[in-house]
Design a protein around this ligand. Structure first.
Ligand code: AMP
Ligand code: TRP
Length: 327
């Protein structure tokens, strides 16, 4: 039997090359080896205020981008979270077995809520319980995500194990898959900060739908350092970040890349990196244009996918009800 993969992505904000290299690229490689379920998590998106029309549009944009990046509807399921009510229901149930202390340890909430903790929604605080529910509903073995989601995966495992101990074997305990290269792509303007959808700086992130001109401009402005040689050195975060992105797009080894850039300057590195990103994104952007031109077809693909996996979620909920004595 093939192992089941589940992963999710929020539809809001512009998708950047960190999302692509950290998550999406892993989703599309070796699709044939696993049983893959991918989810556009709109219920996670509403943990912060959203404009309804924009949210709706961004779900289609995300679906178009994911299909364009290579999610193959023959081999993988891609659906929208809110189409399957079991996600919300299981999240509630998991809330009731999760100690406050476990949730309070989650660092992403602290980052996202910032100084104004009291004004953040309860949903934002509780976000990881919904994520655990997404994963546990589908008897998931493996969860491909970027480094930033590791702590949420550990929480999911703890919740699954606690439930299994209290009510008997019910959930598969999942494991993360974190890429070796580019698991944490950093901001071009500030390589000490993770590249993020919500960072406003104009030169912070390269977005998947950026034009070649814009990509070149952003890469040229990227922060480096005052040294000269081009080497993979984690103590030089700017150059390290640029080289890691280059490596993730080209698939070359560190040694090959260092040899290639020996004797060259940062100007060359930036020019060649921009080229590699532009060429890497070009086919995706071309396919995206076709998908987004036909929103009815996109909606139909998403709806069919939800129909395919709904029975799995319902079977899990039935098991959970029985074990807990609900209904
Ligand atoms: P999000 O943008 O939070 O919806 O994240 C979607 C996926 O992209 C998750 O698997 C994240 O771990 C991954 N991701 C987000 N930002 C980065 C980044 N800067 N580098 C690598 N992976 C990332
Ligand atoms: N929390 C994830 C993020 O911000 C998105 C997500 C929601 C997810 N549900 C998931 C990822 C389930 C993996 C599995 O990136």
């Amino acid at each position: 039997m093939k192992k089941r993969i589940f992963s999710g992505i929020q539809p809001t904000g512009k998708v950047h090359i960190g999302n692509y290299l950290g998550a999406i690229k892993q989703w599309v490689t070796n699709q044939g080896d696993h049983d893959n379920i991918y989810c556009i998590v709109d219920l996670h998106a509403i943990t912060v205020p959203q404009d309804p029309a924009e949210l709706k549009a961004s779900i289609r944009t995300m679906a178009g981008l994911l299909f364009a990046a290579g999610i193959d509807p023959e081999q993988s399921v891609l659906f929208v979270q809110s189409a399957i009510p079991a996600h919300s229901e299981l999240a509630w149930i998991l809330n009731c077995i999760t100690p406050m202390g476990w949730m309070e340890r989650m660092t992403q909430f602290k980052e996202k809520a910032g100084k104004d903790r009291e004004r953040a929604s309860v949903g934002l605080f509780d976000y990881p319980a919904l994520m655990a529910s997404d994963i546990l509903l589908y008897d998931t073995h493996l969860v491909p995500v970027g480094e930033d989601q590791k702590q949420h995966l550990e929480l999911t495992r703890d919740i699954a194990q606690r439930f299994n101990r209290q009510y008997g074997e019910t959930f598969v305990v999942p494991e993360p898959i974190i890429p070796k290269i580019a698991a944490r792509v950093m901001g071009l303007d500030d390589p000490t900060k993770k590249m993020s959808k919500s960072e406003p700086g104009k030169f912070h992130a390269v977005y998947m739908l950026d034009t070649p001109d814009v990509i070149l401009k952003k890469v040229k402005r990227a922060t480096t350092d005052s040294l000269r040689d081009i080497r993979f050195d984690e103590n030089r975060p700017g150059v390290f970040n640029l080289l890691s992105i280059y490596q993730a797009f080209t698939g070359e080894t560190e040694a090959e890349i260092e040899a290639h850039f020996a004797g060259k300057g940062y100007g060359d590195l930036k020019k060649e990196l921009a080229e590699v990103i532009i060429e890497g994104l070009r086919p995706i952007q071309e396919r995206y244009a076709k998908f987004i031109a036909d929103p009815a077809q996109l909606d139909a693909l998403l709806a069919q996918s939800a129909d395919k996996v709904r029975p799995i979620a319902e079977a899990t909920m039935k098991r959970v009800h029985q074990r807990m004595g609900l209904g």
